[in-house]
Design a protein around this ligand. Sequence first.
Ligand code: MD3
Ligand code: FE
Length: 196
Amino acid sequence: MYKLLKSFASNKSNDINNAIKEITKKAPFRYMATPYGHNMSVAMTSCGDFGWISNREGYYYVKTDPVSEELWPSMPDLFKDLAISAAKEAGFDNFNPDCCLINRYGIKSRLSLHQDRDEKDFSQPIVSFSFGLIGIFQFGGLERTTKPQDFYLENGDAFVWGGNDRMRYHGIKRIVIGKDPVFGDNRINLTFRKAI
Ligand code: MD3
Ligand code: FE
């Protein structure tokens, strides 16, 4: 199942932006390498008990930030409360995320079609929030070859994924050029997971 909650957090833009500024003082955005040997065009960081990283060897959830060599910043209550209430709204009552991946897209950033398969328990949902510029989200099938459907993700939209739809291919085709009053030239995505 999946559920798109339009404008679920659109009144939280300023608070979210301020929280990200605090988090990135300790765990700055970085462009990670992939096992395929190029750098991602999306800048990423994490907060919570685990952070997601990519390098030449693979993809992992880790307790410490390899850049700072410190634990990831803790997940702000604002983040956790939003994620839990969106999950509830979609019918997942026991969601307890231990990781929030923070993705920052510029107007040239893309995220190619992929599955999220680095988590331990695929029965747990994934909750994601979009802020700032609009992203054109591609939602494919359980196989890479299924032609994806496009969704326009706007400031404050929440998306909850679980059950059968948890393993569908997805990506961000492009960002719609604009100027967001809070996030400027960027799209921010917060993705909450139970990683471990
Ligand atoms: C559908 N992020 O971080 S969020 C990712 O907007 C990721 O930055 C995109 O894909 C972004 O892995 C898309 C929406 C999303 C997240 C996880 C999913 C959609 C999903 C897992 C399964 C199916
Ligand atoms: Fe993903």
